[in-house]
Design a protein around this ligand. Structure first.
Ligand SMILES: *Cc1c(COP(=O)(O)O)cnc(C)c1O
Length: 366
């Protein structure tokens, strides 16, 4: 059992609050898919799924095995696999996962498997590229896709979807509206010829915020559930879900002239009290946060990280802080701090959350 003292606390109330916040932005009939890929954005996919499963219509994961983990934990909700590989199709069927097919290679592989089994009306999802140029069929593929779908009763197109390239950036408003219009055009062609109506979806979190008119039948909520709205203003309306904590392992007194940590990167100019914390770059604390670029909070005081971040430890300056070995250390517990860390690391909060290593113990706070 993982009894590590460095803990990522997953705030259940905050997750439910954020879910409701987005739910209120939507028409009451719009379905919600919650994205729990990458361990639930670095938290715990199974725990997040359990927290919201009663209220969601779908879950999505990136890879097949992430869906298997949810099924093995007893999650019964439909699960869309966003990025299946040819090698994963058997497993997808075995665990009743639903593939997001994005090319004729993946579609034909799945149709072949569905025919061999045989499967009846197995739910599949068709992804269209409308400008992200990452994964997806192109609009010119529609006639051939329709032929395949109409030929087969082994599968049904449960949904048709696309993904926006810059939904968080209003400077790209025209481009995004273009993506939405192209998608609507594809959807119309499919509606006209398929004979039944798949679920239509396009919006991620920032899409819900900025383009709610394009919510179609379902939205795909990811980062918003985890407390980030991709602008400081929207983030203010959300609650923080990831609280990363540890404790002080050792307090030391550093004499003037002595150094701290690898490469002797911190040199004490005066008598310094340091605290060593059991979390390091192997846990997702970037080396860029060393040498006073980052900080932790101890007994409500800011303690700068001194010297280089080690693999398993950081050392912080607690000269002015009343603290003892064993005291709680907050690595972060609010979005402002996570955004600060992201900016210091020249990245976005998504990467800070998903970088928290699996060595860190996960705990749900009810
Ligand atoms: C990850 C992902 C999402 C979720 O995006 P957020 O910005 O986190 O809301 C939605 N759709 C697809 C296809 C994705 O890959």
């Amino acid at each position: 059992m993982n009894n590590h003292v460095t803990i990522l606390e997953i705030d259940k109330k905050a997750i439910l609050y954020n879910f409701q916040y987005f739910k209120k932005k939507l028409e009451s009939t719009t379905k919600v898919l919650v994205v729990v890929k990458a361990f639930g954005y670095g938290s715990d996919a199974v725990e997040v799924a359990k927290i919201v499963e009663e209220q969601v219509d779908y879950f999505a994961v990136a890879y097949s095995y992430e869906g298997v983990v949810l099924r093995e934990a007893g999650i019964k909700t439909p699960i869309l696999v966003l990025h299946p590989q040819l090698q994963n199709m058997e497993q997808i069927v075995r665990y009743h996962l639903e593939p997001g097919l994005y090319s004729f290679k993946t579609l034909n592989a799945f149709l072949k498997l569905a025919d061999e089994k045989p499967l009846m009306n197995y739910p599949i999802h068709i992804k269209f590229n409308t400008g992200l140029n990452r994964l997806g069929f192109s609009h010119s593929d529609v006639p051939s896709i329709l032929i395949e779908l109409k030929k087969s009763n082994n599968v049904v197109a449960k949904s048709i979807f696309t993904h926006l390239a810059a939904s968080e950036d209003l400077h790209e408003y025209e481009f995004t509206v273009g993506q939405i219009n192209n998608f609507a055009f594809i959807v119309k062609k499919i509606y006209d010829h398929l004979g039944y109506k798949p679920i239509i979806h396009a919006l991620n979190t920032s899409g819900i915020i900025n383009y709610s008119k394009a919510q179609f039948d379902m939205v795909r909520l990811g980062i918003g559930l985890y407390g980030f709205g991709n602008t400081p203003k929207e983030t203010q309306n959300l609650k923080n879900t990831h609280n990363l904590k540890s404790i002080i392992s050792q307090i030391r007194t550093i004499q003037p002239g002595e150094t701290v940590g690898y490469n002797r990167a911190f040199v004490a100019s005066k008598l310094t009290k340091s605290a060593t914390i059991p979390i390091g770059h192997a846990d997702g604390i970037s080396r860029r946060l060393g040498n006073k670029n980052g900080f932790v909070t101890i007994n409500n005081n800011i303690a700068p990280i001194i010297g280089n971040v080690c693999m398993d430890m950081i050392i912080v300056d607690v000269t002015k802080i009343d603290c003892n070995e064993g005291d709680e250390v907050i690595i972060f517990n609010n979005q402002k701090h996570i955004e600060f860390i992201a900016s210091k690391c020249e990245t976005i909060p998504y990467e800070i959350l998903t970088s928290i290593s699996q060595r860190v113990k996960r705990l749900v706070k009810n």
